[in-house]
Write a protein that binds this ligand. Structure first.
Ligand code: 4NP
Length: 159
């Protein structure tokens, strides 16, 4: 089983959207025995909360459900996951600060690097303080990046 954890700041907008999109693709493609997915936030503000209502509404309009309740990323997550996919450079710094060694650090990647043509350092922008169009943009980015991630795994891990 290849285990992926998405990480953003609050674990209520971007990382639950990424998790819901990837889980949908896993179900659709019958990859449930090969790939598992979870999410977490680097901050503690929203622990125990369901995803933001705007993220849930955006996903629902496209026929996707968003899972879970918010939790905080911990050092033990480096042992529980093969790949830790962060949304932006700030999440990346926060997660790398918790890494114990090079093996931990190697697991951390920007999620959007898997979106074709987006670029190695591209970010998933934080939609929290903006309008509804920001949530639509986050969903679209997550969908393209999740498809790119599955293609990467098919080529690199599952050959
Ligand atoms: P997320 O969005 O990191 O995508 O879940 C945010 C959620 C909450 C806050 C910031 C970003 N906040 O400042 O409370």
């Amino acid at each position: 089983m290849f285990r992926v954890c998405f990480v953003c700041l609050g674990n209520i907008c971007r990382s639950p959207t990424a998790e819901g999109v990837l889980q949908h693709l896993i179900d659709e493609r019958g990859l449930g025995d090969r790939l598992s997915v979870d999410s977490a936030g680097t901050a503690a503000y929203h622990i125990g909360k369901r995803p933001d209502a705007r993220s849930i509404a955006t996903a629902k309009r496209r026929g996707f459900e968003l899972p879970g309740v918010a939790r905080q990323f911990t050092t033990e997550d480096f042992d529980r996951f093969d790949l830790i996919l962060v949304m932006d450079h700030s999440n990346e710094q926060n997660v790398l600060r918790l890494a114990r060694d090079e093996r931990d650090r190697q697991k951390v990647r920007l999620f959007r690097a898997f979106e074709p043509e987006a670029g190695e350092r591209a970010e998933v922008p934080d939609p929290y303080y903006g309008g509804d169009e920001g949530f639509e943009e986050v969903f679209d980015i997550c969908e393209r990046s999740a498809r790119g991630l599955i293609e990467y795994l098919e080529a690199r891990e599952w050959r």
